[in-house]
Design a protein around this ligand. Sequence first.
Ligand SMILES: CC(C)(COP(=O)(O)OP(=O)(O)OC[C@H]1O[C@@H](n2cnc3c(N)ncnc32)[C@H](O)[C@@H]1OP(=O)(O)O)[C@@H](O)C(=O)NCCC(=O)NCCS
Length: 166
Amino acid sequence: MPIRLRRATLHDLPLLRGWDEDPDVVSSDPNDDWHWEEELARVSDWREPLIAEEDGRPVGFLDIIDPFAEPSRYWGEVPPGLRAIDIWIGAADDRGRGLGTEMMRQAIAKCFARADVTAIVIDPLASNVRAIRFYERLGFKPVERRRFGEDDCLVMRLERPRAASG
Ligand SMILES: CC(C)(COP(=O)(O)OP(=O)(O)OC[C@H]1O[C@@H](n2cnc3c(N)ncnc32)[C@H](O)[C@@H]1OP(=O)(O)O)[C@@H](O)C(=O)NCCC(=O)NCCS
């Protein structure tokens, strides 16, 4: 499937704001304001906001952060060497077509391409059972139930695959 991840820019503001109105996107992340204008204008070495395109058509958003370097310390006291991912497909018609799986496959490879990255963490709402199943299929394991602000989340984690021996 020709899915390409590219850097999100300020040109994507209308798209991202439009996707923010989607009921499933809202209910998966009801208490966060992404402050798109500031975030997309700011170049930082701890975040990589990405747009997924299918044959050149934007279909989803994926954000990779370094929880150790992220200034608000959303993830709390964490060691270096982690990455955290947020993802959504913008339109209901594009869900369930395998796009999210392919986006995650590419994002996971991107994270582990750096030798210092040991694991990837994810924090779906504990109530988002379909998303949890989606991450489980990708190899993420549940770690703990944790409250982030108003949100009751399930922290999930994917360890760096061990190099094949022999
Ligand atoms: C979760 C999500 C990124 C998965 O991407 P996708 O392209 O739909 O997923 P795929 O087609 O590769 O895989 C299908 C699986 O995704 C999950 N999924 C599909 N639609 C979903 C939805 N509306 N909400 C949550 N998960 C969904 C299910 O596990 C589904 O498997 P199932 O049909 O056996 O239930 C996408 O559905 C989405 O953006 N959902 C709404 C927002 C959201 O929940 N984001 C995750 C926040 S942690």
